[in-house]
Design a protein around this ligand. Structure first.
Ligand code: HEM
Length: 136
């Protein structure tokens, strides 16, 4: 996560990870993200790119986001460098899939009541990452 998602707190700089609310809050956010992907017709094409179960995706996104937000590096400790674009190559990702991913994450962040300032910054950062993942 880049520095522009850090913010000034009472006693110095706090990571986006702390701002979100730490590990339990990241887990709640990721669980809501995949629950919505499963439930909402608006994300049906995004859901269809995924396998029949979302358990592995939940764990991996949770581990990844902890580190991406400036918290513990659970993902790289397990799998090494994320190489996200390469790892997404097996999945057909176009504008539609990108936009559904972003909308699903935005809804999850809203329902989890993230600080609106943080939400906007993360939304911009997610856009950069999701757009980079497009492969068709
Ligand atoms: C742009 C639209 C995106 C689509 C359609 C998409 C789709 C997928 C799919 C189908 C998987 C495999 C899940 C599984 O193993 O069961 C996956 C894995 C993953 N995605 Fe995405 N994704 C997108 C964007 C993103 C973004 C923006 C991030 C990070 C901010 C992200 C992070 C990850 C991570 C960390 C994994 C696990 C990679 C691994 O170790 O195999 N994805 N994604």
């Amino acid at each position: 996560m880049s520095q522009d998602t850090d913010h000034e707190a009472n006693d110095g700089r706090v990571s986006a990870y702390d701002w979100v609310g730490g590990e339990a809050a990241v887990r709640t956010l990721v669980d809501r993200f995949y629950d919505l992907m499963d439930l909402e017709p608006a994300y049906a094409e995004l859901r269809a790119v995924h396998g029949s179960t979302l358990g592995q995706a939940r764990d991996k996104l949770f581990w990844f986001l902890c580190g991406w937000l400036g918290g513990p590096q659970h993902y790289t400790e397990r799998f090494g460098h994320p190489r996200l674009r390469m790892r997404h190559m097996p999945f057909a990702i176009g504008i539609r899939e990108r936009d559904q991913w972003l909308a699903c994450m935005r809804q999850a962040m809203t329902e989890c009541q993230l600080d609106p300032v943080l939400l906007e910054r993360l939304d911009q950062a997610f856009f950069q990452t999701a757009d980079w993942m497009r492969n068709r």
